[in-house]
Design a protein around this ligand. Structure first.
Ligand code: SF4
Length: 320
């Protein structure tokens, strides 16, 4: 049985007493077996490409918004080769309102690299995954684990928060993924000797789901939590987050992201449009001219739009 993991940096006398990881593993994995959402990228028939697409789409975007886009994406481009061959304008149109549309172009760039370097098959190896355009530490670990059963340490914001509460006794883990949190996540992984990593992968998936459904950032549902009696934060009396632990909410109204989103919504209609007409017609009365122009310029710079003279469109639409 793994040893109890003491929170890094806490004086032993003041530290909440963290539970034995093995007890938490069993509770959370059993809960997951009953309560997990039936998501298409979790089904056995889902391909590694389907898992990779889901992981990119789910970054900073809720499941409910991802589901229809994921279905459409996989329907149109069931393989990396199909995605790599698609016009970028179509890629951005199908991405629709998922937000952060550079992710769509990076996903297509990853598909191209998979075709070139891996004969069109998503690699299982986390290093090979990380070498793909736009694939970071988290996505590489998640794809290796969820698509191939390789017991990589997977840490997203939900997992980080659940670890912090259950084992460290704090309300929130803070903005930054610290070295101490990284060590804790690694130390918490179940042994892989006996089952080749099956339990470790289940732990990753189950903790992520616990953080998404029960141990949420704003209103943890401790009354129905499978580890309520083991949780160090609860045992400590559920202390509120410190200012340092609080994450800044992401503003939307009035931001460049909102203006960029409005411009992209017009371009996704598919027709080239006069820049001045487009910018003047944005349904954002608060946005100044300068901001509108700056946002259009940044979309062109990011490769999300192209401009010829005063005409703008999605990339590739204006032709050679
Ligand atoms: S008891 Fe509450 S804070 Fe602790 S893991 Fe469960 S939901 Fe989160």
């Amino acid at each position: 049985m793994p040893e109890t993991v003491l929170p890094e940096g806490a004086a032993v006398a003041d530290a909440p007493i963290p539970p034995a990881p093995d007890d938490v593993h069993t509770r959370v994995i059993d809960w997951f077996a009953e309560a997990a959402r039936d998501l298409p990228w979790r089904r056995p028939e889902c391909t590694p490409w389907g898992v990779l697409v889901s992981e990119i789409m789910l970054q900073q975007t809720p499941v409910v918004r991802v589901l229809p886009r994921w279905e459409e994406w996989l329907h149109r481009w069931p393989t990396p080769a199909a995605c790599a061959a698609a016009p970028s304008a179509e890629i951005l149109t199908v991405w629709d309102r998922l937000g952060y549309p550079r992710r769509a172009l990076r996903l297509q760039a990853a598909a191209e690299a998979i075709v070139e370097r891996h004969d069109g098959e998503v690699p299982a190896d986390p290093e090979a995954l990380r070498a793909l355009p736009g694939i970071g530490e988290y996505t590489a670990a998640a794809v290796s684990c969820f698509a191939f059963g390789i017991p990589e340490v997977v840490v997203d914001t939900n997992i980080r928060r659940a670890h912090a509460r259950i084992f460290t006794g704090v309300a929130l883990p803070g903005q930054t993924y610290t070295a101490a949190q990284r060590r804790l996540a690694r130390d918490l992984m179940p042994d892989t000797d006996d089952d080749g990593g099956r339990r470790a992968c289940a732990w990753n998936a189950a903790t992520m789901e616990l953080g998404a459904l029960i141990c949420t950032a704003r209103s943890p549902q401790c009354a129905i939590c499978p580890v309520a009696d083991l949780c160090a934060w609860r045992a400590a009396g559920s202390p509120p987050p410190t200012e340092e632990q609080k994450t800044r909410g992401q503003a939307w109204a009035g931001t460049d992201r909102q203006v960029r989103g409005a411009i992209m919504a017009v371009l996704r209609r598919g027709e080239p449009v006069q820049a001045e007409t487009l910018l003047a017609g944005l349904p954002l009365p608060e946005a100044e001219d300068d901001q509108r122009r700056r946002c259009l310029d940044s979309l062109v710079r990011d490769g999300l739009a192209e401009r010829r003279g005063d005409i703008v469109a999605l990339p590739g639409v204006l032709g050679g």
